[in-house]
Design a protein around this ligand. Structure first.
Ligand SMILES: C[S@@+](CC[C@H](N)C(=O)[O-])C[C@H]1O[C@@H](n2cnc3c(N)ncnc32)[C@H](O)[C@@H]1O
Length: 245
């Protein structure tokens, strides 16, 4: 059975290797465990994200770290005139997503492919919206990823990051910490061959920047009107910023 060092002890290259290992090993159970461990909140959180999107020029959406394509598909099913591209650097996740695109008959509007969120292959000003759902936590160079998302969107376009966060200190935060560290890895053990992945999940959530810190990161790459919308008592947060010249 695998074991990973704590997030604080990993260097950036180690972390990238561990993230690739984790997602390649949990692909087949990924969607099921998301629904189960979040009590289907993940579905509602992505829907909230999609409902905040604004299409006005290119009618194109970029889903960074698309994984199994959940946000990409949500977007395509909500906005019928929008073309969607999703990139992820774990081919197993992309392949799983492509199967879902085919099952839903959306091949003409949804293109999922291999790609690195810190080095996007797209021209400047190619999309109205670039979003990342539950991915920015796993990217050590968050500034690079946010800058790349900003680069590829048009003026007045949106950069969005949906991420698991910790509630403000208090009873609820204590309970949530207990769930993340004590209960979640045990539940995951029943269903996946790599339960250490869910210890990493807890660790990475607890070590993610606070809302204020993450909004500052977005501002530091030049995004404007940045805001953080807490969801489900703050266990998830939707961050939105705009590109303005
Ligand atoms: C928790 S999953 C989220 C998947 C999907 N966005 C969702 O909403 O379910 C995180 C994904 O981020 C991907 N990822 C992490 N770092 C990446 C990077 N630098 N470039 C592309 N994908 C990355 C992983 O391979 C994994 O599929």
């Amino acid at each position: 059975m695998r074991g990973y060092p704590s997030v604080k002890e990993m260097n950036d290259d180690q972390r990238i290797g561990i993230v690739k290992d984790i997602f390649a090993s949990v692909t087949d159970k990924y969607d099921f465990l998301n629904r189960f461990l979040s009590l289907r909140r993940d579905v509602a959180w992505r829907k909230s994200t999609v409902s905040e999107m604004n299409y006005f020029q290119t009618y194109r959406f970029l889903d960074v770290a698309t994984g199994t394509g959940e946000l990409a598909l949500d977007c395509a099913n909500t906005y019928e005139s929008v073309k969607v591209t999703g990139v992820d650097f774990v081919q197993e996740m992309v392949d799983n997503g492509i199967e879902k695109v085919q099952t839903q008959g959306l091949e003409n509007r949804v293109d999922l492919k291999f790609g690195d969120g810190t080095n996007l292959e797209f021209d400047d000003n190619s999309f109205d919206v670039a979003a990342i759902a539950f991915g920015i936590r796993n990217i050590p160079d968050k500034i690079k990823a946010l800058s790349e998302m900003k680069r590829v969107i048009v003026d007045n376009g949106q950069v969005m990051a949906l991420e698991l966060t910790t509630p403000t200190p208090g009873l609820w935060r204590n309970f949530y910490g207990f769930y993340l560290n004590g209960i979640l890895p045990k539940l995951a053990k029943w269903f996946t061959k790599n339960p250490a992945a869910y210890e990493y999940l807890a660790d990475s959530i607890m070590n993610f920047p606070t809302r204020k810190e993450f909004v500052s990161l977005m501002e530091s790459v030049g995004l404007k009107n940045c805001k953080a919308i807490p969801l489900t008592f703050g266990i998830c947060t939707l961050y939105i910023g705009e590109k303005q010249v």
